[in-house]
Design a protein around this ligand. Sequence first.
Ligand code: ACM
Length: 559
Amino acid sequence: MTMLPLTTLLVLALSGDNPQASPARQVTAAEAAQPAEVAAIIPQPVSVTARRGRFPLTRRTTIWTDAAGAAVGRQLARYLEPATGMTLRVQTGGTLPAGAVILRRDPTLRKKLGPEGYLLDIRPARVLARAPGAAGLFYAVQTLRQLLPPEIFREAPVAGVEWSWPAVTIEDWPRFPWRGAHLDVGRHFMPKEFVKKYIDLLALHKLNIFHWHLTEDQGWRLQIKQYPNLTDVGAWRKETIVGHQPRGNSPWQFDKTPHGGFYTQDDAREIVAYGKARFVTVMPEIEMPGHAVAAIAAYPEIGVTGEPIDVAGYWGIFSDILNAEPSTLRFMQNVLGEVLEIFPSRYVHIGGDEAEKSKWKASPRIQARIRELGLADEHELQSWFIRQMDAFLVSKGRRLVGWDEILEGGLAENAVVMSWRGTKGGIEAARSGHDVIMAPESHTYLNYYEAKAWAGEPLAHPGHLPLEKVYSFEPIPSELEPEFAKHVLGAQAQLWTEYVPTPKDAEYKVFPRLTALAEVVWTPAEKKNYEDYLQRLAVHLRRLEALDVNFRPLAPDAR
Ligand code: ACM
């Protein structure tokens, strides 16, 4: 399609439709070219109105906060210090100094903005951010970062940059309360420092849930003090399959290299605290009853046969599955008990997907359990298993989240459904009054190739998920009756790491597509515009470059 000239698009991006604000003036081509970055905010705010003039950021600029905004004010100072070389004074309370950046909580704004919204008003004489709560002030700060030149994201002073904010009025709040990104650290262990970088990148895009997929067939990644073998044995595999799994009789090739790693409980607490300081809740996932090969390798008595098995070194759905003995239920509840001590998240994910039932079918003991419990079949046994976890989590004041297979055989009373096999499961769950998170593989699995042509691309899951398709995702399915829409809490991106061996590879697959997902969950549906997003993304990629994010460069196949 024909592209509008860049300046026209930036003027469009600068003009908001805020009826209370004074009219936006026309921005000339020359002016628009100069502050090109000013409007390139991702995710696009609810409304942006350009004003006249700029606020200069100098050594004398004070960040003034009330008590509620003090931590966010200090965070702003920390964000600005490396690239500007200026250590700004943060003043909490007291007389407002002239020329300040003001962060102020105003609970009366909650009605208009919701719990996470903010108002930002930048004038030549001062910057004023107001929000009903600290989260909104934090998001105002993220917008402030993006309103400076992209060099602000560098970690050492950058010569020749004039630091100033364009005068602008912004009103902004998220469309959904659940704005997530998932990371599988089971298939490939990701170092703690990368997990922190991932959380930083979530925060930059105003995402607020980090779904930490901690256990898999190929590795158990969280220290559990009652069961040390989970990490002594379960965190390590002897070798990993090379390339895609061959079909037919082709030989399988392994790398003959051990792989593993795990997070101590102190590491995990550090990640939780790191997220909290950035308004990102860390939701742990402990997989059961399937995707549990590593756990069974560590403790064969929790499996169906009791036979020793190895931690898996290749990908797929395995027939090894947890048994249904009371001792195994207790084992998993004890694990969850330790998990709850580490993770304050109200939501706790217990997996529930791809639980292959052939070993349950073949086991006389499991069949006897099914009869003993008065259940009809293996699907009901899976539901029974999940219900025990649901009751346990509810008794501790938490809520269970599971992949949409937990619908089969009957949904646990309090469960939240994460809909990955399309949106069908989510629709069914929402109609029955359950909360839902949309995570369909068709639009949110960033482990699929972004490129149409796979040659020359790093290995990925066979499948194609272009940037525009992620951007086009609508979390509220058109077939869902409006009265149930409130059950859709939001959506999230997934990164399964079978073919993601390193953090750099993870960055390549996640970016830029996560920036599109951010706009899906934050920006009002009627404000979304892919061409406009691409213009802003061109600027945004310079920020990601400064942050040393190994994003996939924009290619002609972006549209
Ligand atoms: C999944 O992709 N198995 C949730």
